[in-house]
Design a protein around this ligand. Structure first.
Ligand SMILES: Nc1ncnc2c1ncn2[C@@H]1O[C@H](COP(=O)(O)OP(=O)(O)O)[C@@H](O)[C@H]1O
Ligand SMILES: [Mg+2]
Ligand SMILES: [Zn+2]
Length: 283
């Protein structure tokens, strides 16, 4: 058993150790090593080098655990910041930010379950490039469910772009330039692209050309695409106009049809508003 080392000796052997024991957080053990008073594990190790005893300082167990926790916490904060940034950039309409599966009233339980499954199994959807064609009456909750998928995936660190076709072509901006390339790249590479209200736009040739460029960039990247539409499947299949037909063909090839049924929620929402207005105005 070696003699306990005195502080002077320790300072000589280990220059990093300044001997500033405050008498509360650490103490000198019987083996001559400095210990943490909280977790009672050593803050030093002794090595024999060429017959000389060398002390090397390190953190005790509780400090190491605390540093770990701080690192995890910092990582979590960084991830949260990234999710917020990506949500702000990727989901054009701020109302979509609040559409979550947690708030889903499951008025159409089958559609809700299918969308949840889609988000849960997104790895294999990404691998196969399989998307969804969410169709149904106006106001039945197509946009809500698509945005719920978007938010679930964002929380898992996926990059999701959700926009309307006109919105996306506006992002593409001018015909040439870095901005355009930047957004075409994102359209192709985003983990998931969601086109909301597909098919309502009856645009100019130029607008159709832009729309086709967006859908085709995605198609060629073979990554999943979700579209929501008020058009029926047969309307989508019987599109006469050639330019629109090309668009619809690509969508149908890559997207599994999913019908959201049930009455529109919009009249109910309007009724709610009228009732509240009635209350305010005294019945
Ligand atoms: N699953 C749901 N849970 C709760 N509210 C919903 C749900 N689906 C839709 N809503 C609400 O009903 C309204 C219409 O839904 P929306 O998704 O815009 O319909 P659609 O896209 O089919 O026209 C929105 O105000 C939305 O917030
Ligand atoms: Mg909608
Ligand atoms: Zn400790």
């Amino acid at each position: 058993m070696t003699e306990p080392m005195n502080l002077k000796e320790m300072i000589r052997l280990f220059p990093g150790f300044d001997g500033a024991t405050d008498g509360r957080d650490e103490y000198l053990g019987e083996d001559g090593l400095l210990y943490c008073s909280k977790c009672r594990t050593p803050k030093q190790s002794r090595f024999e080098v060429g017959g000389e005893s060398l002390l090397v300082g390190h953190v005790c167990r509780c400090r190491a655990e605390q540093l770990d926790r701080e690192e995890q916490e910092e990582k979590r904060r960084r991830q949260q910041r990234r999710v917020q940034l990506w949500r702000a950039e990727g989901l054009r309409d701020a109302r979509w930010h609040a559409h979550r599966f947690e708030g889903d009233d499951r008025r159409d339980p089958n559609a809700s379950a299918a969308c949840r499954r889609y988000a849960e199994r997104f790895d294999s959807m990404l691998e196969s490039g399989c998307g969804l064609l969410i169709y149904g009456q106006v106001g039945c909750g197509k946009t809500y469910l698509a945005a719920a998928i978007a938010n679930a995936l964002l929380e898992e660190g996926r990059y999701v772009l959700m926009d309307t076709l006109p919105g996306l072509t506006a992002r593409l901006g001018a015909n040439f330039g870095a901005e355009r390339e930047h957004w075409l790249g994102k359209i192709a590479r985003a983990h998931l692209l969601i086109l909301d209200d597909f098919g309502v736009e009856r645009g100019t040739d130029y607008a159709m050309e832009q729309a086709y460029e967006v859908v085709n960039a995605r198609y060629r990247a073979a990554r999943p695409l979700i579209v929501t539409t008020n058009l029926s499947l047969s309307q989508l299949m019987q599109e006469q106009d050639l330019a629109r037909r090309r668009l619809c063909d690509r969508v149908r090839e890559r997207c599994l049809p999913l019908c959201v049924s049930g009455p529109s929620r919009r009249p109910q929402i309007a009724r709610g508003l009228w009732e509240r207005a009635g209350d305010v105005m005294g019945g």
